[in-house]
Design a protein around this ligand. Structure first.
Ligand code: HEC
Length: 490
């Protein structure tokens, strides 16, 4: 009797084993070139912050819901796919605007008809960064906009009495998308070396653009008349990181990053371009076409480390101060462009960016882990106007400041011994950071590489004014390192 029972159990177990073997056999491991893409695996969430499903279906029936474009290309596109504008001169003072407009047209092709829904573009493929759904700055569900930076009063216009916020969405072309495939399409942790030179980094042909929105409207910022809008689920104020409300957001700025080896000779390898929305031009008959109101601000392919004169254009700005002595920034002199504060010494920076930074200097800090602060503490130390905005910086001789305006080669880390380069991409830096934050929670522990240095979130906007006052009180000779530590948590 007993023997029979044992036999039955053994037979039963054998049966289970056979069954398991059978089911695993029907799904053989995919051959190398035949792996499923992230999209097929449905790996990355589309967004992180949204109203409940029932409320959405009741109040917004038929409204768009954001879908992450994550079908990253497995193959690097051929050289014949490199956009035609890569042959146009960009570093010629009389021709740069044609280059920038051609780069914009490349980004807009098929996109205006698709209303900037990447998956609906019939002309070319664009992709989004995964993982920006995570944490308090999470991307939201209506339009995929991730929380980005605060806007101070008077930063955008003399009429602007209220502070505001920036929410943004980035688009990566097929060349850049392949880099995202290599970094993220793994069954293990993402590979940070994908963006590290000399072997890694975004390839020639990479174009990345970003639309930046604010909840501020034409009452504060007159050139936001006739706005190009998107619905978004945002925090009521920048400081608030728990509550969210539904708001109509207005497009204010467009950023472009282009990886072009002709820019290697300036020591960088990237070209940055920027546009500011001017609704007073009233171009575009339908909402979709209003992106035609984006006016070129300028381009930047280096930090002009040789130009050391210390000045900024304080908020509010009445006139764009074009610095013609700069060799690696060119600015649009057209009256169509609303007055711009630009960056330190007139280097390129957009309306929602700080007037003490610049596109290139901030993006060159991109690394993993993000040990470098995106804006050094010296950007907040100086004399201020009665309205609280910075008038003159007093510590621009500090080594950290000089380093910030040095020309860094793409694919090299800002802190080479402690971090890998994210090749000037700050969304890559953020995405990697969020991934590891998630993994900490999942595994209930920390990893030693997270202790390589004081880490900074890849968030712009710097430190609150209160902290600046504290720093000033502590005296001007304070060590830079201890100052930058205070930048955590903006
Ligand atoms: C003080 C820092 C800072 C400055 C200045 C700055 N950016 Fe960025 N930028 C960021 C951060 C942080 C992100 C990632 C977060 C996001 O996109 O929401 C980012 C993202 C981007 C992206 C998306 C691609 C990527 O992976 O990083 C582009 C394109 C871009 N910026 C272009 C520009 C241009 C052009 C300028 C100047 C007009 C500029 N940025 C100025 C901090 C900065």
């Amino acid at each position: 009797m007993k023997k029979a029972r044992i036999l039955m159990v053994v037979l039963f177990l054998l049966g289970i084993c056979a069954l398991l073997k059978c089911t695993t056999n029907t799904q053989p491991p995919a051959a190398d070139g035949d792996e499923k893409t992230s999209r097929e695996r449905g790996e990355f969430p589309d967004f992180g912050a949204m109203i409940p499903v029932a409320q959405f279906l009741k109040q917004y029936p038929g409204h768009k819901i954001f879908k992450l474009s994550q079908d990253y290309p497995k193959q690097l596109p051929g050289e014949d796919k490199i956009p035609a504008f890569f042959k146009m001169p960009f570093d010629d003072k009389s021709k740069w605007m044609d280059w920038l407009l051609a780069a914009r047209d490349y980004c807009f092709e098929g996109m205006i008809d698709a209303d900037f829904v990447a998956q609906d573009n019939k002309k070319r493929d664009w992709y989004h960064m995964p993982w920006l759904h995570y944490g308090p700055l999470a991307s939201e569900g209506f339009s995929g906009l991730a929380k980005e930076a605060p806007i101070s009063p008077y930063q955008l216009a003399p009429e602007q009495k209220h502070p505001g916020q920036v929410y943004a969405l980035g688009f990566y072309n097929d060349f850049a998308g392949h880099t995202l495939y290599k970094m993220w399409n793994t069954s293990t942790d993402p590979d940070p070396f994908v963006t590290q030179g000399p072997k890694g980094g975004f390839p020639e042909g990479t174009v990345i653009f970003k639309f930046l929105y604010t909840e501020l409207d034409s009452l504060d910022v007159p050139y936001l008349k006739n706005p190009y809008t998107r619905l978004a689920y945002i925090t009521p104020t920048f400081k608030d990181s728990t509550n969210r409300i539904i708001k109509t957001m207005n497009l204010i700025q467009m950023d472009i990053m282009v990886k072009d080896k002709r820019a290697d000779k300036y020591g960088t390898g990237w070209i940055f371009g920027n546009f500011c929305y001017n609704g007073n031009l009233n171009k575009g008959k339908t909402m979709k076409d209003r992106v035609a109101n984006l006016v070129p601000v300028g381009i930047q392919f280096g930090n002009d480390p040789g130009y050391k004169t210390n000045w900024i254009n304080p908020y509010p700005v009445v006139k764009t101060m074009i610095n013609d002595t700069l060799k690696e920034t060119f600015i649009n002199a057209s009256a169509d462009l609303p007055p711009q504060h630009l960056g330190w010494g007139g280097r390129l920076d957009g309306p929602v960016d700080l007037n003490t930074a610049s596109c290139m200097s901030c993006h060159a800090t991109g690394e993993f882990p993000q040990i470098a602060a995106l804006v050094p503490a010296q950007a907040f130390i100086g004399d201020t106007l009665a309205n609280g905005s910075m008038k003159y910086l007093t510590q621009t001789d500090a080594p950290a400041w000089k380093k910030y305006y040095y020309n860094f080669k793409c694919g090299t880390a800002y802190d080479p011994k402690k971090a890998t380069s994210t090749d000037f991409s700050l969304q890559v830096s953020l995405a990697l950071e969020y991934y590891w934050q998630w993994k900490n929670t999942l595994m209930g522990g920390y990893y030693s590489h997270q202790y390589a240095g004081i880490q900074h979130m890849a968030i712009r906007g710097g430190i609150p004014f209160k902290q600046v006052k504290m720093i000033k009180k502590r005296g001007k000779k304070q060590k830079v390192d201890s100052l930058t530590q205070t930048q955590d948590g903006f």
